[in-house]
Design a protein around this ligand. Sequence first.
Ligand code: ZN
Length: 258
Amino acid sequence: MIDTHCHLTHAKFGDDADGAVARARAAGVTACVTIGTGVEDGIRARELARRHAGVVFATAGLDPFSSHAAGGAFDAAYDALVALLEEGGFCAVGEIGLDYHYDLDPRKVQAEWFERQLDLAARLDVPVVVHVREAHDDMAAILRSHSRNRGVIHSFTGGPADAERYLAIGWHLAFNGVVTFKNADEIRAAARLVPLDRILVETDSPYLAPNPKRGARCEPAFVVHTLQALAAVRGEDASVLEAATTSNARHLFRIGTR
Ligand SMILES: [Zn+2]
């Protein structure tokens, strides 16, 4: 299986990122996509990917937190991101998106940053890893108007109606440890209606450890628990879901196909 969203460069992994990759491999995880949030983090993600060629793959993007941190210097941060992505070594732009939970920047400004990076991904012909929190209406509208983009709604935590909107415009949905949490009935209802060719699994580690590891520092090996829980929710054989999510990840991110 493939963990399509982890943060192996996060400080919580310290010097244990290589250990986390080894434990993931031992648990049957064939590949991990480590997400670079910002230019510096993207460089670190790519270094890790080069050290674990064919196993770890990197992305880079200015998420709502790093673009907020860039403050008025967004143009400079964006230019640096373009230069970094054009160097190569990345399988996607992301994570990027809208976060109305923290609302760090005005929504109009968040949308502007997001849309510029969508256009960049379309130009570079790479998929997009989307972060969306409490912003499904605006997100669906933006993605609908950017039909050249493809990608994944990561850490999908909406309900069935939200899922339908993204599926209708061709996007993938990725589920993580939240699907194992007690109060996640709406998310499980959404997970049941995602077609087998549009579903992905992830950890979002070091956050959101799935049951029975809840409370621990999450790591890519734990995606095994999420996959099993998701298969049970969907009434599928875990091996069927594993094969499908792995194939979907390979095709979407164009990894492991060389
Ligand atoms: Zn993330």
